[in-house]
Design a protein around this ligand. Structure first.
Ligand SMILES: [Zn+2]
Length: 257
């Protein structure tokens, strides 16, 4: 794994008024949009340790939570992008911190992709979430959903009424990620619970900006989140074990989707 250099990386994160941010030295960005206890518990710890292990860029929201029944303080779903008006995201519909969050993710993705092999402008962005039920240990959302006899059904993707987004990572890449995680004894879905195919899902952000990074939403169940350090270690090794990791992120042309 010549791409990842674990020895000379100094992890320094910056705490802002609403989150934790740090720059990395590999073409990987880790994002935790719901890292408050009331929402996706322990995703802060997982995201932070995963970024540290992968020398990745890191963006965490640890302040704003999903909407309360009645409007309350720090009430904003950081995974729900604002509506598009005249071809642009209407950020006046969200708190300013959320725009800062996504501007930073975009900046990190651009910087991360410059670190890719041969500067081919590609990176991997993992959105870390909490899954409420136990059908799967981890569900991988990349703008598509499994169907019988197919890992991901792109046709179904195109026909769904909820789907206004794009497929955010090559199917081949998502399949491989799933297989590596399965070999570690996990039950893994591919968008079965949360497909991240709604155009307003945070996972779709970079695609909507035309940035050629692979975005995957990792919905992690509570058992795995109860052991954040172990889970971060497992995810880190899974990313590094992917056979096509270097090839798909750093070598292949854009014909893999
Ligand atoms: Zn979430």
């Amino acid at each position: 794994m010549g791409l990842l250099n674990f020895t000379d990386f100094l992890f320094e994160s910056e705490k802002t008024t609403f989150g934790i941010f740090s720059e990395g030295s590999t073409p990987i960005v880790i994002v935790a949009p719901h890292a408050v206890d009331a929402d996706d518990k322990n995703t802060l710890e997982i995201a932070k340790e995963l970024a540290m292990r992968l020398n990745a860029f890191l963006a965490i929201n640890d302040t704003f939570h999903k909407p309360c029944e009645k409007k309350c303080e720090y009430d904003e779903d950081f995974n729900h992008l604002p509506p598009v008006v005249d071809g642009k995201l209407d950020w006046s519909k969200r708190v300013p911190e959320m725009k800062t969050f996504y501007d930073t993710i975009e900046e990190y993705a651009n910087k991360a992709s410059k670190l890719s092999k041969d500067n081919n402008k590609r990176c991997l962005v993992l959105f870390i979430h909490g899954l409420k039920h136990d059908k799967y240990d981890i569900d991988l959302g990349a703008g598509a959903r499994s169907a019988p006899n197919m890992v991901i059904n792109a046709e179904q993707h195109a026909q769904s009424k909820d789907n206004t987004g794009e497929i955010t990572a090559p199917i081949k890449f998502v399949e491989e990620f799933r297989e590596v995680l399965k070999k570690k004894g996990l039950k893994v879905g591919t968008g079965d619970v949360f497909s991240a195919w709604d155009g307003q899902n945070g996972t779709q952000y970079l695609q909507s900006k035309g940035i050629d990074c692979y975005s995957i939403q990792l919905e992690i169940n509570s058992h795995l989140r109860d052991e954040p350090s172990k889970t971060a270690e497992l995810l880190s090794s899974a990313v590094q074990e992917m056979k096509d990791y270097s090839e798909s992120i750093f070598y292949l042309p854009q014909d893999v989707k």
